[in-house]
Design a protein around this ligand. Structure first.
Ligand code: AHR
Length: 520
């Protein structure tokens, strides 16, 4: 062996070490925040949730029945109510989803033993005994202290049926519907703020064309009355992800614009497509980044649908309600494929932060969003197994980011590296910033790199601040989850890795972490 060939492996080792050291260096990022120019209000309803009669979301996840040994109030789990209240849930969408356009509300009122059963044809073909109905849902809403968002049945129902549901729920007049409500134990009307005129009527809600649905929306909305002091916000079925024709057709129609206060948008993050959704818990860094680049399409969808809405509604009277969003993976092995039960990892926490940051930044048009779905279905915030309950990493992001509810969005801009693997490339940092009524600034920031720290320098223009505090959500592995056996793997901890330097707050963010900072 000559000297040259003897030195070659050594040179390769040096080169490798140099690359490894370079990779280990933290990435640099700078955020400019303009604290003296508060913008639009971030509606609290952007932090909303969705509970469908699907798998174990309502049944077992929320409703266990009055005779259950699981601690409950009027049949509703106490642990789940407490967790959702702690997370400051602002609204809950119910009863679907695809289920809504098969649901006949009169099946779910009156003595439970007399309620008819139906088959839940969309979700597992199981028998639905209607033990959870209107009164139980409105009871849940009272316990949660949030607004109800009810989806009416346009696909297989009638105008009369939908109109009577509103009358039953909200009227104070004497009428057959209000007499029926009183007979069923509720004297006073409820307040219903949000009501959807059908769900996914381009698909499971009747396979309609946009032109056909536009006419149906006009017809149904005519009979959805405002009784007493109740003022309904009617939400029209909107587009499936990038179906811009659907938005255009509805928005250009004068009658449809009159008929709605909100337009729904549905977009799920299915990283590798519907045929091969992939595991919720077993994935690589490439899958991690692919999930984030897929979910970041939300920004483009909201931007483009908003641009169409701007043309017909420049005063932004009609809001965009992203009332179904979240990650959709393969079901957990061994579970009913119709129940859509999936685990939830640190990846989902970051994915939630990316979407909530997008909604915050579009708060002039997006006034509502609903994660699918609250308990035991898709990207849940809560998982249950009989009497056990676990809070998912996604839950903690919602709880940490609740500070933005009703705060003012602050203008800002960022310079950061792109995070790239093969064809996927996204900014390596996701963030948004707001100011609450007490003057405090709230910065939500995620370092999306799986294995690279990040130095983030935030220049706070227009505010003299004295105090900074924060919380961090991270974990050892990108695939880490909270399980019934180990519920505290991915939980928030105090964050002190920052320095105040004049107008700057300088953060040292570890790889794969989310930080919520208060600057005051
Ligand atoms: O959230 C699960 C399903 O996804 C909903 O029922 C439907 O609206 C959507 O397609």
């Amino acid at each position: 062996m000559n000297l040259k060939s003897a030195l070659l492996p050594l040179a390769a080792l040096f080169a490798y070490t140099a690359i490894a050291q370079k990779q280990a260096e933290p990435a640099m990022c700078r955020i400019e925040i303009y604290a003296d120019q508060p913008g639009a209000t971030i509606s609290k309803d952007i932090y909303g949730h969705f509970a469908e009669h699907l798998g174990h979301c309502i049944y077992e996840g929320i409703w266990v029945g009055k005779d259950s040994k699981i601690p409950n109030t009027d049949g509703i789990r106490n642990d789940v109510v407490k967790a959702l209240r702690d997370m400051k849930i602002p609204n809950l969408r119910w009863p679907g989803g695809c289920f809504a356009d098969t649901y006949h509300w009169k099946d779910g009122i009156g003595p439970a033993a007399e309620r008819p059963s139906i088959i839940n044809t969309f979700w597992g073909g199981v028998t639905e005994d209607n033990s959870f109905g209107t009164h139980e849902f409105m009871g849940l809403i009272d316990m949660l202290g949030c607004d109800p968002y009810i989806t009416g049945n346009l696909g297989s129902g009638t105008v009369q049926e939908m109109a009577q549901w509103i009358e039953y729920l909200t009227s104070d007049n004497k009428s057959p519907m209000t007499d029926l409500r009183k007979k069923n134990g509720r004297d006073k009307p409820w307040k219903v703020k949000y009501f959807a005129v059908g769900n996914e009527n381009w698909g499971c809600g009747g396979n309609m064309t946009p032109e056909y649905y536009t006419n149906e929306l006009r017809r149904y909305s005519t009979y959805l009355n405002n009784y007493s002091e109740n003022r309904l916000q009617r939400i029209a079925c909107g587009p499936n992800s990038d179906d811009y024709k659907w938005t255009e057709t509805l928005m250009k129609d004068d009658g449809a614009r009159w008929a709605m206060q909100g337009l729904a948008l549905h977009f799920y993050t299915v990283p590798d497509g519907w045929d091969k959704k992939g595991s919720a818990t077993s994935f690589t860094e490439k899958n991690w980044l692919r999930s984030f680049s897929t979910t970041s399409r939300m920004d483009e969808l909201v931007t483009k649908h908003s641009a169409i809405m701007d043309r017909y509604d420049p005063e932004k009277r009609i809001f965009l309600a992203v009332d179904e969003w979240g990650a959709w993976y393969d079901v957990e092995p061994g579970t009913n494929p119709g129940f859509l039960y999936q685990q939830n990892s640190l990846r989902d926490a970051m994915l939630a932060a990316i979407n909530l940051n997008i909604f915050n930044k579009h708060c002039d048009r997006v006034k509502m969003a609903n994660l699918a779905q609250t308990v035991n279905v898709l990207q849940s915030v809560i998982l249950t197994d009989k009497e056990k309950m676990v809070l998912t990493p996604t839950y903690y992001v919602f709880k940490m980011m609740a500070v933005h509810q009703n705060a003012k969005l602050l203008p800002s801009n960022i310079k950061c590296e792109q995070y790239k693997i093969d064809s996927d490339s996204i900014p390596s940092v996701s963030y948004s910033v707001s100011q609450s009524a007490d003057g405090k600034i709230h910065l939500s920031v995620a370092n999306l790199y799986a294995s690279r720290d990040q130095k983030i320098s935030c220049n706070i223009n227009g505010l003299k601040f004295k105090k900074v505090s924060g919380e961090i959500l991270s974990s050892a592995r990108i695939t880490d989850c909270n399980t019934f056996e180990k519920p505290d793997v991915v939980v928030p901890k105090g964050f002190t890795d920052f320095k105040i330097n004049g107008n700057f707050v300088e953060l040292q963010m570890p790889a794969k972490s989310f930080v919520e900072l208060v600057i005051e």
